[in-house]
Design a binder for this molecule. Sequence first.
Ligand code: PGA
Length: 249
Amino acid sequence: MRKKIIAGNWKMNYTLTKAEDFVSEIKNSINTDEVDVVLCPNFVSLDRVSDLIEDTNIKLGAQNVYFEDKGAYTGETSVDMLVAANVKYCIVGHSERREYFKETNEDVNLKARKLLEKDIRPIVCVGETLEQRDAMKAFDVVEEQVRNSLKDISKDDIKDKVVIAYEPIWAIGTGVTATSEQAEEMCKFIREVVAKMYNEYIADFVRIQYGGSVKPSNASEILNMPNIDGALVGGASLTNDFAAIVNFD
Ligand code: PGA
């Protein structure tokens, strides 16, 4: 039985003080061990949020990382820096990073592998644009992203550590959610791709989240689908709605 994982991706929101206020306000209502709850604040707030959630089951996540160990990479953050800040999960390949910062599947793969070396669990994002879906290319695009982003990752790491987030780009921040059937169909397909890359036994362990306009009103329906093992939540993770999502029925 796969444990659900619900992660809040704050993106570029909340200054340090706002992050502190919000976590203090919400932490008791999202402190559960029935699902894995992950908060992904901006780098500047990681350390403070880590302190605030120390006495809870909530885990800390980052939104990005760089794949080099250290050196002259102005503006970048290494895996060791995340380890030192108590980060347990890290989002890689979010569609906003792919689009605005031109991240490729190869970058995503290097980042995921570097995180795994230091035992941070990557949340690897994949998902198609509306044009690709309309052109009936969604499955091909997602398969290519999954295959290339997870290239050369060991069986054990895939089975126990990697989380995949299916985030159709047309559903992110738009208020338009994929129907639970569309989300389930793609998450099931992703599991089949993982089974082809590794085997069915391993694919059965991999947690696959859905992300894209998840809110309290649609969370239960989505999260009760058989191949959807959690949610990556953007906008709704910035308010009390996140607690309602975490406490879905
Ligand atoms: P959204 O974002 O929930 O605001 O649609 C999801 C995401 O980008 O991870």
